[in-house]
Ligand binder design. Structure first.
Ligand SMILES: Cc1cc2nc3c(=O)[nH]c(=O)nc-3n(C[C@H](O)[C@H](O)[C@H](O)COP(=O)(O)OP(=O)(O)OC[C@H]3O[C@@H](n4cnc5c(N)ncnc54)[C@H](O)[C@@H]3O)c2cc1C
Ligand code: SF4
Length: 562
């Protein structure tokens, strides 16, 4: 391995890196993927299918183990079933100049193993937002530039969804939608009648409702509605790098995947003005290695890619490779959340549903589309679901005997909950940088988070809470409880920005092809490339940009420019 030369190095094997590897391998390039995580092969999911009584702590995590994951323990999927898919915070610390929660995957496949699978296209409005309201840097691309790449990525991923014809949430290439349940169907009618600009639709999720040939060829079959996805699914019924992109790359024979490889630096070659490869540490032996390639793709996730780029210092670029104008690490964004409402739906007690649907409903953005809200710029969408209370309430209830057992067997009332994801504004002062002296045990400088929300995000969260409550009221729910949580950057796990795309080297890091303005064979295609954040879940858009950048790099390689 030491001196072997590759065509392409991809750093990271998650949502963006996995897809980059697949595309390059299928185009015939010898591709090296380096990932800091431990290897987990598809199907080797150690807690999959286990019942609570097969787990030592019934699925709970003892406090002493939580201490190792003092940040990860707060992510909503955290349990004894999933914690091995999340990083050990003691081993991978970072600094918080201002509070920031950084949730990270611990395995090859990254967060693709544990993501919520909500998959939406961005709209025209999203790519024009910066230009229209003057925040951040204008995107050098528009929806039309990325549309064909959604068309390529979505069928491979396998996204279930309904065709709605909405400008604000473009339709894609969908598998059949997961059906709404009876309560959701009635809520949809009532909400859409009362608010003609609000649409209550099935969530679009990367779970296979009707596998196509390309899924079956990879051994991926129909979703069984167990809703245990973050444990890993050997049916391959939800999309992850491990179940889909990496096996597709592997079958070409062009993939070399190295796990436990912490990339620390992209190496800049002064003579050619190009990246010659990367330097990494074998995290188990501590050995330092260098590998060379014609092209480097950074896909280590938004903040990790920025960390590596900032640490890639040379005489020409003392502040990080390609960072002549202090643009690297700036305009960090996440979706702001925490606003919503829940309530109880009376009646429907004769109605039930089968299985545990791994999705729910979505209400696309309706603020600041045709009217101006006044209190904030941009907008938010809601995710939610209706379900019946199950026997789980009995875990903490007192009782014994026949009557108690009979009561536990009865399904409870119907409840509905919805929560918003809002677009935060790209601000230059929301930034990350390297700590001057602190390093992790492998020698990587720690990242310092200096990010905060403004009154814009706070006003948006307040509005989420109010509009959620008003919709639940017209939908006929009772005991409505609006909530308005603290919006902590990072908590939506949709980090973006830091190496933004733009038109000029003075104000942006990448050009319209995700290519570093100053280092032409260096590409960044994860969320760090994003110049604004939209309000919809971003991962399928990371993949679409990755697909587009691979295609461009392929053409450049063939024409001899790289
Ligand atoms: C619980 C949860 C729910 C989510 N739900 C959704 C959702 O519904 N919809 C959605 O769109 N998004 C969702 N997300 C976010 C989504 O997972 C991320 O946007 C996506 O995975 C980012 O892709 P990525 O390729 O940039 O990073 P990742 O998928 O995190 O992959 C990055 C990879 O790089 C590796 N790496 C990091 N640093 C280094 C280094 N120095 N050297 C080598 N390798 C490195 C990591 O080990 C990792 O494997 C969710 C995330 C979580 C945790
Ligand atoms: S819900 Fe579907 S994708 Fe998720 S674990 Fe179950 S079968 Fe797999």
């Amino acid at each position: 391995m030491r001196n072997r030369e590759f065509d392409v190095i991809v750093v990271g094997s998650g949502m963006s890196g996995g897809y980059a590897a697949k595309q390059f391998c299928e185009k015939g390039y010898r591709t090296l993927v380096l990932d800091r995580g431990e290897m987990v092969k598809h199907g080797q999911y150690k807690t999959e299918g286990k019942a609570p009584w097969q787990m030592p702590f019934r699925g709970d995590v003892p406090e002493e183990l939580k201490a190792e994951q003092y940040i990860q323990k707060d992510v909503y999927i955290y349990s004894d079933y999933t914690r091995h898919h999340l990083i050990n915070d003691q081993d991978h610390p970072y600094e918080q100049k201002r509070p920031f929660v950084w949730y990270r995957g611990s395995k090859v496949g990254g967060k693709s193993l544990i993501w919520g699978r909500q998959s939406y296209r961005w709209s025209r409005l999203d790519f024009e937002a910066n230009k229209l309201d003057g925040n951040g840097v204008d995107w050098p691309v528009r929806y039309e530039d990325i549309e064909p790449w959604y068309d390529q990525v979505e069928p491979f991923v396998g996204i279930s969804g309904s065709y709605e014809g909405l400008d604000v949430l473009p339709d894609g290439k969908f598998l059949p939608a997961q059906p709404l349940n009876i309560v959701e169907r009635d809520m949809k009618q009532r909400i859409e009648r009362a608010f003609p600009d609000r649409h209550f639709i099935p969530a679009r999720v990367a779970n296979l409702t009707q596998p196509a040939k390309q899924h079956l060829e990879l051994g991926r079959v129909q979703c069984q509605a167990r809703s245990e996805c973050p444990r890993g699914c050997s049916f391959g019924a939800y999309y992850s790098s491990n179940s889909a992109a990496l096996p597709a790359a592997e079958r070409t024979g062009n993939l070399t995947l190295v796990a436990n490889a912490q990339v620390q630096e992209v190496i800049y070659d002064e003579a050619s003005g190009r990246a010659s490869g990367v330097a990494y540490v074998d995290m188990r032996s501590g050995e330092r290695k260098r590998v060379r390639a014609r092209v480097v793709f950074m896909c280590a996730s938004t903040l990790a890619s920025v960390q590596i780029l900032l640490n890639s210092k040379s005489k020409v670029f003392p502040y990080g490779i390609g960072n002549r104008f202090d643009v690297l690490g700036r305009y960090i964004m996440d979706h702001c959340g925490g606003g919503g409402a829940s309530g109880m739906m009376p009646g429907y007690l004769g109605d039930y549903y089968k299985g545990r649907r791994p999705g729910g409903i979505y209400i696309p953005r309706f603020r600041n589309i045709n009217e101006t809200h006044g209190a904030f710029e941009r907008g938010y969408g809601f995710q939610g679901a209706a379900s019946r209370a199950s026997w789980q309430w009995a875990k903490s209830a007192k009782g014994i005997g026949k009557a108690f057992k009979a009561r536990v067997r009865q399904p409870g009332n119907w409840y509905f909950s919805m929560w918003g994801f809002g677009e935060s504004l790209p601000k230059r002062d929301n930034r990350v940088y390297l700590h001057e002296s602190k390093r992790d045990q492998w020698g990587m400088p720690l990242l310092v988070m200096d990010v905060a929300y403004t009154s814009n995000e706070q006003a948006m969260i307040r509005d989420m809470s109010e509009t959620a409550a008003e919709m639940l009221k017209v939908a006929g729910l009772v005991d409505i409880r609006p909530f308005e949580g603290e919006a902590l950057p990072g908590s939506a796990i949709h980090e973006m920005g830091g190496a933004c795309m733009g038109r000029a080297v003075e104000t942006s890091y990448l050009n319209k092809w995700n290519q570093c303005h100053d280092v032409k064979n260096l590409f960044v295609t994860d969320g760090s490339a994003f110049s604004s954040g939209s309000c919809v879940n971003p991962s399928v858009t990371f993949m679409a940009f990755t697909a587009r950048a691979v295609d461009f790099a392929d053409q450049q390689l063939k024409q001899g420019y790289l």
